[in-house]
Design a protein around this ligand. Structure first.
Ligand SMILES: NC(=O)c1ccc[n+]([C@@H]2O[C@H](COP(=O)([O-])OP(=O)(O)OC[C@H]3O[C@@H](n4cnc5c(N)ncnc54)[C@H](O)[C@@H]3O)[C@@H](O)[C@H]2O)c1
Ligand SMILES: N[C@H](CO)Cc1c[nH]c[nH+]1
Ligand SMILES: [Zn+2]
Length: 435
């Protein structure tokens, strides 16, 4: 599809709400097929372990090997990749890693406690996960940056063992991906992807260890599989096909905005790029830039499919209405390409990451700004946050009553327990009350 029409909406049209709802929804039939297929893959991996992983890797990634052990990349292989990639790539990865580490170190949580007037100690103990599973996408592009974004916060959190999975379609291994794993200190790497990799990490197989939590982005099969295994393991969020929403006052170069929209569309046919502006002529200018620049893009096929089926140019009355539309969509990435982004940001409530001002290309956030690029999609920024150190740590409450505290609060607990009709609770508290 190279000849396509981008959806145009106007927030003043009477059916705007329903048109917007249709734009951001997944097609029901796609949804149903993906759910069915993912459930089948997960059930097979749970029941048949390595054998099912090998079968699905051959089917979906066209990679046939005799055992899952052959799909593991050992530490020597990771180090060789780091030692042999071109020097400029190594330097860029190391620079990005340094900035990502600096940013995430600020998220580290400490345990805390305090003592009340009875000498009772109350607190919160922070513990890193024993073992985390990192999903690094690799179907339509290779993502060394996602290795760093997943693994560095896990390491900063102090996770015991970090296990990474990444598909290698047709057996093509990307050395920047392996080099990134070496830089970030990933413990084990398996070249397995899709729902089968998520199933293997959730249930464990003969070769791939079960983890406590699976994090990381992926396509719709990966995102659906993570949702399905939640409960057996923890997950970070739904981080599916990429999205960008640009709010522009009409004064940024239309070519810049067109390319920003392409930057997310080129990830996936299912990616979504939306421009919102009060300036109708600017929307026309960006549309013209899109058609002018598309033939120059290496991934024009994917971009055209994504822009033709899921993109939109939305006219609004003013920037406040633009903020309201954006809050309703709750995009993964939001660019505020306006004169005073620090004023407009006050009106933004839901977005995975907010890019402030005309010079802040979202692409910088994807690689090396420092904040995480693993972000909630499909409107889940209403209740989810960027991947962070906090995703790799959990908290336990600490409660230590003194004798005086047990006496005083035991009386309160006794009344509440008897009010609930739970006599054992009441008597357990009462035993510790002084006569
Ligand atoms: N939200 C975020 O934070 C974020 C970050 C980076 C990338 N992304 C997104 O990650 C995705 C990467 O997608 P990708 O495809 O390149 O790699 P991927 O690793 O997510 O998916 C590839 C896997 O999908 C499975 N698959 C493909 N077709 C299938 C089918 N018909 N049935 C069952 N399984 C199938 C295969 O097993 C394959 O290994 C893109 O959508 C991109 O936008 C999101
Ligand atoms: N934009 C992606 C998150 O949606 C992250 C990424 C990695 N490489 C390029 N982009
Ligand atoms: Zn990107």
């Amino acid at each position: 599809m190279t000849d396509f029409k981008i959806t145009r909406l106007n927030a003043s049209q009477s059916d705007f709400d329903s048109a917007l709802a249709r734009l951001i929804a997944w097609d029901d039939s796609v949804d149903h097929q993906v759910n069915e297929s993912v459930r089948h893959i997960l059930q097979q991996v749970k029941a048949r372990g390595d054998a099912a992983v090998l079968e699905f890797t051959e089917k979906f990634d066209r990679l046939k090997v005799g055992s899952v052990a052959e799909l593991e990349m050992d530490q020597a292989r990771l180090q060789t990749a780091l030692d042999t990639i071109p020097q400029d790539q190594r330097a860029a990865l190391e620079k990005a890693a340094e900035r990502i580490r600096d940013y995430h170190e600020r998220q580290n949580q400490a345990s805390w406690q305090y003592e009340d007037e009875d000498g009772t100690v109350l607190g919160q103990k922070v513990t890193p996960l024993d073992r985390a599973g990192l999903y690094v996408p690799g179907g339509k592009a290779a993502y060394p940056s996602s290795v760093l974004m997943n693994a560095i916060p896990a390491k900063v959190a102090g996770v015991g063992e970090v296990v990474m999975v990444v598909p290698t379609p047709d057996g093509v291994v990307n050395d920047m991906v392996l080099a990134s794993a070496a830089i970030a200190g990933v413990d084990r790497v398996f070249t397995v992807g899709g729902a089968q990799a998520v199933g293997a990490l959730a249930y464990g197989t003969e070769t791939i260890p079960a983890v406590d939590k699976i994090v990381g982005p992926g396509n719709i099969f990966v995102a659906t599989a993570k949702r399905e295994v939640f409960g057996t393991v923890g997950i970070d969020m739904i981080a599916g096909p990429s999205e960008i929403l640009v709010i522009c006052d009409g004064k940024t170069d239309p070519d810049w905005i067109a390319m920003d929209l392409f930057s997310q569309a080129e990830h996936d046919e299912q990616a979504q790029s939306i421009l919102v502006s009060p300036d109708a002529e600017f929307l026309d200018a960006v549309e013209a830039s899109i058609h002018k620049l598309l033939p120059t893009m290496e991934r024009s096929g994917i971009i055209a499919e994504s822009m033709g089926s899921r993109a939109a140019l939305i006219q609004v009355a003013d920037l406040s209405e633009a903020a309201r539309v954006s809050n309703r969509i709750a995009p993964e990435h939001l660019e505020l390409s306006v004169e005073n982004p620090e004023v407009l940001v006050e009106e933004i409530r839901h977005a995975g990451a907010i890019f402030m001002g005309r010079f802040t290309a979202e692409a910088l956030g994807d690689y090396c700004a420092g904040p995480n690029h693993v972000l909630p999609t499909s409107g889940t920024a209403r209740f989810s946050s960027p991947l962070g150190v906090y995703d790799f740590q959990k908290r336990s409450s600490i409660i230590g009553f003194s004798a005086a505290g047990a006496d005083r609060m035991g009386r309160v607990a006794s009344v509440l327990a008897r009010g609930e009709g739970l006599t054992a609770h009441a008597r357990s508290a009462e035993y510790r009350i002084k006569d």
